[in-house]
Design a protein around this ligand. Structure first.
Ligand SMILES: Cc1ncc(COP(=O)(O)O)c(C=O)c1O
Length: 395
């Protein structure tokens, strides 16, 4: 049957990351011992104080609709977090709580884009950015960054692709998939450029708590002008290991936040009430679990970087944040591995899964076929075993 579906919907590609992890999960369900480096979520349980608050919220009946943009207690907790962590002063009218950071980015794009508006993103990018921009009626514009520049773009790069239709850029520091972070001096230059050209900045800071070298700086904290143009995105999924609870939030100028809140009120209404109460405890309560997770991630990162660089045909830089490593596979292109010619990242991902039962994410999903992405959101035992399998297959 041939359906007459929306052109907008048909332009949207499925998420490569979710596809590979689904295949790995179905192999696991069949009893195959798959090691997955595909995870986009921490492998730790949600901290106990947060879980308990979720149970309390259910038992005490906090199970009704809340205001569309979120409960005031959570907005206050978010403002406190911005002040303490990012030196950013906001009040609840600047804050919109949504069903995950992805939803916050979607809302932000829906609020600022008109048909044909362009949004600049760096390649490699997080898989959802181009698709979210298209859903909101905009056109993604790509800057191909270089590994030797730590996969970051500069004002010169931005200026080369700027047109009269440029409406926004998306900054992602620390980055998924590269783990790169932008330093204050770099952000200052980007901020001046954005203010001069009146371009919005969507600053996705979801991996803020996972910075191992250097410190996280929010571009919005540089001055009042860039703060007014910036929509800061953050959420509970990564820092508090709460991906399934679906709570993200954003901070923006109150006029922008109002539009976003209106959009949300007619689409999803409020984010899950129970998760909102649990998130208040997450943000206001004891933060030791956040630091313990970070410590584990850092140990795994160090081990993985050293091991990957010792495997023939692979190389990587040391990422400064998040929990991903972009592994350069360009030396393997054109070679034959276990009878399969490797023409790109999909071929390699397929061989590693079929022959070694190791799941990795092909870089093509992030716009660069010379890489695969390995996540270290999995146990040290799995990391050791998985990397041994990759070494055996490639050598
Ligand atoms: C860069 C980036 N932004 C946003 C998100 C979405 O997070 P959430 O689970 O809060 O929607 C992710 C999740 O993988 C991410 O990697």
């Amino acid at each position: 049957m041939k359906f007459n579906l929306s052109e907008k919907g048909l332009k949207i590609s499925p998420s490569v990351t979710l596809e590979i992890t689904a295949k790995a999960k179905s192999m696991k369900a069949k009893g195959i011992d798959v090691i997955s480096f595909g995870a986009g979520e921490p492998d730790f349980n949600t901290p106990e104080n947060i879980r308990k608050e979720g149970i309390r919220a259910i038992e005490e009946g906090y199970t009704k609709y809340t205001p569309a943009s979120g409960i005031n207690e959570l907005k206050e907790a978010v403002c406190k977090k911005f002040k303490e962590d990012n030196k950013l002063e906001y009040t609840p009218e600047n804050i919109v709580i949504s069903s995950g950071a992805k939803h916050s980015i979607y809302n932000a794009l829906m609020a600022i884009l008109n048909p044909g508006d362009e949004v600049i993103i760096g390649v490699p990018y997080w898989v959802s950015y181009p698709e979210l921009i298209k859903i909101a009626g905009g056109n993604p514009v790509f800057i191909h960054t270089k590994e030797e520049h730590d996969f970051k773009f500069t004002v010169d790069d931005l200026e080369k692709v700027r047109t009269e239709n440029t409406k926004a850029i998306i900054l992602n520091s620390p980055s998924n998939p590269t783990g790169s972070i932008y330093y204050k001096e770099e952000l200052e230059k980007i901020a001046d450029w954005a203010v001069e050209n009146k371009i919005f900045v969507i600053s996705d800071e979801i991996y803020e708590k996972l910075v191992y070298d250097g410190e996280h700086v929010s571009i919005a904290s540089i001055n009042e002008d860039i703060k007014n143009l910036t929509i800061v995105i953050n959420g509970m999924s990564k820092a508090y290991s709460m991906p399934g609870w679906r709570i993200g939030y954003l901070a923006a100028h109150k006029d922008i936040a109002k539009v976003i809140s209106n959009i949300q009120s007619h689409t999803t209404s409020n984010p899950c009430s129970i998760s909102q109460y649990a998130s208040v405890v997450g943000l206001n309560g004891d933060q030791s679990a956040v630091y313990e997770m970070k410590e584990q991630f850092e140990k795994r990162r160090d081990y993985m970087v050293d091991t990957i660089n010792s495997i023939k045909g692979l190389s990587c830089r040391k990422p400064k944040g998040a929990f991903y490593i972009m592994v350069n596979i360009s030396q393997l292109k054109g070679t034959v591995v276990k009878g399969n010619t490797i023409n790109g990242s999909l071929d390699l991902a397929k061989v590693l899964l079929d022959e070694g039962q190791v799941a990795v994410i092909p870089g093509i999903g992030f716009g660069d076929d010379n890489y695969i992405r390995l996540s270290y959101a999995t146990s040290m035992e799995n990391i050791e075993k998985g990397l041994r399998r990759i070494k055996d297959i490639l050598e």
